[in-house]
Ligand binder design. Sequence first.
Ligand code: NAP
Length: 303
Amino acid sequence: MSADAVAVLGTGRMGGAIAGALLAAGHRTTVWNRSRDRTGPPAEAGATVADTPATAAAAAPLVILCVKDDRAAREVMAGVGSAIAGRTLVNMTTSTPEAAHAAAAWAAGHGAEYLGGAAMTDYRLIGGPQTHLLYSGPSEVFDRHKATLLTLGGGARYVGADPAVAALFDMAMNSLYFEFWIGYLHTLAMVRREGVAASQFAPVVARTIGEIPPLMPMIAEQADHGDYDPATQGTVAELAALTRTVIEVRGSRAVDTERLEHLASLLDRRIRDGHGEQGPTSLIETIEEITAGGGAARQEVHG
Ligand SMILES: NC(=O)c1ccc[n+]([C@@H]2O[C@H](COP(=O)([O-])OP(=O)(O)OC[C@H]3O[C@@H](n4cnc5c(N)ncnc54)[C@H](OP(=O)(O)O)[C@@H]3O)[C@@H](O)[C@H]2O)c1
């Protein structure tokens, strides 16, 4: 077993791209896939094709698992069994934090180290110098395999010692994206009601969105420190008034305002609780008050 050898379990679109990047970087690569016909491209690029996940895992100190979902990952891990002993398992399957904890426990129970992974990118970008992948788990394990993992994406980010943090961040980013996406479609509907093409509006969106990234760390700092200075973003009361105006304008164009009504109700509650003059980040306190079990969930996964 050569030190730079890597096994890839699952050669679908993402696993196949991972195997391809490893082969391109000169790693001795063994692949396994449930349907053998999908191992064709990595085999042509020089990979050894294993007959079972256990044989593949036995061939390398670093084993990368990338299958459809947590259920498939569990099935593959059951097939690997004791062959994972003494190895590092990096799970790139999109996972829930709970499944990541369970997979890490499975690895520990089989004498293996574990890193949770998350691909924050399209499989076609794997191997790129900026490609954004997340890893979490013991820092010494990440450091040991860092050079190899960087070949999958130069923008790799180590996000914490808890193996579930990568999965948590992945789910959180999907959650943010879905809220953004449904909001974007509603605003496109709003301008189209006026007979304005969505494509006429899109450059304005792109330009304005470009100003948001610097606000993200600032808002996060405010949330972490409970410091809700209204100097930069105005007050809860001002945001509540603007939200009502937007609801009126959007509603009068017969576009659904349900999520905005929800925002307005949160802002109203914040004002009723006596915090109307705080900055709008303070709304996180109201959100956490009314989110059942929020406190317990926060304690389960930590950096
Ligand atoms: N594609 C992307 O751009 C992208 C981006 C970010 C994250 N991801 C994540 O990467 C993971 C893989 O996605 P993908 O795009 O590569 O999917 P895909 O092309 O549909 O491939 C799915 C893979 O999972 C395997 N699989 C499914 N059920 C299985 C089971 N019960 N036992 C063993 N193997 C099983 C498939 O094997 P068969 O070939 O035998 O069906 C195949 O290797 C997912 O968790 C996905 O969320 C993908």
